[in-house]
Design a protein around this ligand. Sequence first.
Ligand SMILES: *[C@@H]1O[C@H](CO)[C@@H](O)[C@H](O)[C@H]1NC(C)=O
Ligand SMILES: *[C@@H]1O[C@H](CO)[C@@H](O)[C@H](O)[C@H]1NC(C)=O
Ligand SMILES: *[C@@H]1O[C@H](CO)[C@@H](O)[C@H](O)[C@H]1NC(C)=O
Ligand SMILES: *[C@@H]1O[C@H](CO)[C@@H](O)[C@H](O)[C@H]1NC(C)=O
Ligand SMILES: *[C@@H]1O[C@H](CO)[C@@H](O)[C@H](O)[C@H]1NC(C)=O
Ligand SMILES: *[C@@H]1O[C@H](CO)[C@@H](O)[C@H](O)[C@H]1NC(C)=O
Ligand SMILES: *[C@@H]1O[C@H](CO)[C@@H](O)[C@H](O)[C@H]1NC(C)=O
Ligand SMILES: *[C@@H]1O[C@H](CO)[C@@H](O)[C@H](O)[C@H]1NC(C)=O
Ligand SMILES: *[C@@H]1O[C@H](CO)[C@@H](O)[C@H](O)[C@H]1NC(C)=O
Ligand SMILES: *[C@@H]1O[C@H](CO)[C@@H](O)[C@H](O)[C@H]1NC(C)=O
Ligand SMILES: *[C@@H]1O[C@H](CO)[C@@H](O)[C@H](O)[C@H]1NC(C)=O
Ligand SMILES: *[C@@H]1O[C@H](CO)[C@@H](O)[C@H](O)[C@H]1NC(C)=O
Length: 542
Amino acid sequence: MASLFCLLALSSLATAKIVSNVTFPSSIAADILLGQPLDGFVTLTAHNIVGNASNPNKFSNNLLNNLGYLTGTKPYIRVGGNTQDYAIYNANLTIALNGTVNATRSPDYPTTVEIGPSYFESYSTWPNVKFTHGFNMGGNHDSRQWATLLQTAAIACKALGKEKLNWWEYGNEPDLFATSSHGPVRPSNYNESDYVSEWLAATRAIKGVLAETCPDMLSNETYGYLAPSFAGVSNYLKAARVWADGLDVDGTVRYFSTHNYISGATSPGVTLQGTLMNHTRTRSSVDAHVSEFAEIAAAAPGLVQIMGETNSLYNQGKPGLSNSFGAALWGIDFNLYCASVGIGRVHMHMGTNYRYASWQPITTDLTVVGTKAPYYGNIAVAAFLGNLRIEPVRIAHLDLARAEGNGTETDVGVRDSAYAAYVDNALARIIVINMRAYNYTLNGTGDLDARNPAPRKVRTYNFGVAGFEDGREAVVRRLYANGSDAITGITWDGISYNYELALGKPVRLRNVTAGERVTVKDGAVELAVPDSQAVVLDFDAV
Ligand SMILES: *[C@@H]1O[C@H](CO)[C@@H](O)[C@H](O)[C@H]1NC(C)=O
Ligand SMILES: *[C@@H]1O[C@H](CO)[C@@H](O)[C@H](O)[C@H]1NC(C)=O
Ligand SMILES: *[C@@H]1O[C@H](CO)[C@@H](O)[C@H](O)[C@H]1NC(C)=O
Ligand SMILES: *[C@@H]1O[C@H](CO)[C@@H](O)[C@H](O)[C@H]1NC(C)=O
Ligand SMILES: *[C@@H]1O[C@H](CO)[C@@H](O)[C@H](O)[C@H]1NC(C)=O
Ligand SMILES: *[C@@H]1O[C@H](CO)[C@@H](O)[C@H](O)[C@H]1NC(C)=O
Ligand SMILES: *[C@@H]1O[C@H](CO)[C@@H](O)[C@H](O)[C@H]1NC(C)=O
Ligand SMILES: *[C@@H]1O[C@H](CO)[C@@H](O)[C@H](O)[C@H]1NC(C)=O
Ligand SMILES: *[C@@H]1O[C@H](CO)[C@@H](O)[C@H](O)[C@H]1NC(C)=O
Ligand SMILES: *[C@@H]1O[C@H](CO)[C@@H](O)[C@H](O)[C@H]1NC(C)=O
Ligand SMILES: *[C@@H]1O[C@H](CO)[C@@H](O)[C@H](O)[C@H]1NC(C)=O
Ligand SMILES: *[C@@H]1O[C@H](CO)[C@@H](O)[C@H](O)[C@H]1NC(C)=O
């Protein structure tokens, strides 16, 4: 099939050379500890994307269905984030939400928020989606805070019921309450034991409301929290201390939830290659959470850590970086590295107009409706993990570092990334993410009239698959874009999920290659991957 991809690949194949030569065991001993992602691993955290009962957002629902189709569970949605700690209940409000933006505090979302009874209708708009409802702990210096907690507990439990509730959450990033750049909501001497007392008092009050209003939601299977939902590992409240101070004395913390951003939208020196398409950086960012959690897990056997909120660059992402295809590749690496180290779920944060959002649900003054590059990264992760309900997988991280060259390459310092998925201890899939940035527009400006004349290099990876017979085949699925600077024209295995084509439903394009295969030869498979591309080899699909 003639395709743009083939033309590009052939024109630059001359530069191909083997950049990686590592061996994947085709089966693993059952006792090797690999990350085992939970069902619904690919999840979201969001506010204001749902729409309401009279006007559900069908486009968003289609995109959620695509992910649900691949993993067996529609993404769990945490309705929370900074605005959860601003939301004050007003029973007389005739609209769902009245938000007032104060650009000094944040240009991207309202920092004064009232919600009314119809706000909770949004929980009924999408079929088969489970939500985490985030209660307001910060208070925003509003005297109605405690009344809001009791009123919203009653309304949220009725709106959700046990079918639609994932877990509750009380407070977003309380480790920043005393220092927040959006305005502190606790005194500067606020400490771990203060936080724990507040958290226990409020969650017990919520339980009291449920006992009155929703008594069927108090069993261990239906009542519990994501906590402590800290912003990071190095703020002035420490998670291990909070745990030691008795956060879980009631046995109600269902997942240890932590938040991560690789860096900030306006942090100095942030670049696509150096900050996001940088496996070393992703690893060290996630490893800090693994270290933090190790201390807590030692005292709480069986407790699982999740990324309750994460994305590329905090403050809603940086234009040109967070919405680019390079960020989609980062997202794959980040999610799968998390999976490989035992983080059970990853909630990718989004909101209307956010630069790092997986999609824009509606057209606003700032952003036009559409499927954005990071969504395609979510799809690739979902496809690589497969249906976790039917075939749970364990994920191994493969270190390609030792195969990256000896310092003579111009792209020295870039580490590609690879993972293996095992089903019943047998190798099922391999993914390789070529992390070398390639601009298809000159200098990455996005100007389609100024194409980059430099050819796109293609690297050849040689993956040993010890134990697989020669002649065995794998299906090749590529996450394709013109370059790391692309923000449109992205396909997964020849499929587009764009808004313009079918409102986010999958559409197979005729002009993109799909259906390639590779064959095991001399105990290995060889795979050519252009710079800035991710490729899955699926041995189980043959
Ligand atoms: C890959 O490594 C194996 C042993 O580790 C070696 O036998 C083989 O020649 C290498 N292949 C290439 C193409 O470098
Ligand atoms: C709602 O409106 C009623 C009637 O106008 C008023 O008595 C009540 O105080 C209002 N409640 C709130 C929370 O504003
Ligand atoms: C429902 O959504 C529509 C479209 O966004 C909006 O016009 C309407 O006011 C919303 N209804 C409520 C009750 O907020
Ligand atoms: C929304 O809040 C603003 C103040 O923040 C207020 O002026 C306005 O009347 C409110 N709108 C509604 C419908 O309550
Ligand atoms: C906006 O926020 C700033 C900083 O918190 C505050 O000083 C200012 O009074 C606020 N403006 C309005 C209109 O509330
Ligand atoms: C935490 O702060 C509270 C009140 O400010 C104080 O009573 C308590 O001693 C502090 N705890 C620690 C461990 O510093
Ligand atoms: C519910 O969970 C608590 C805390 O984890 C545990 O002590 C209790 O035995 C559980 N109850 C049931 C019925 O499983
Ligand atoms: C990747 O990140 C690491 C750690 O932050 C840094 O030392 C390295 O220079 C970065 N690599 C590139 C290519 O910028
Ligand atoms: C690095 O690799 C290049 C090309 O394979 C080779 O010419 C060079 O001698 C190597 N340098 C070292 C220090 O090993
Ligand atoms: C691209 O960058 C190069 C070197 O930084 C510069 O000389 C050139 O003018 C830039 N071209 C455009 C179109 O921005
Ligand atoms: C791509 O363009 C960006 C500017 O948008 C530039 O910083 C980066 O160095 C370019 N990358 C490559 C690989 O040329
Ligand atoms: C492939 O087809 C899609 C849908 O018809 C179109 O939007 C896109 O521009 C085509 N791409 C190329 C490279 O021709």
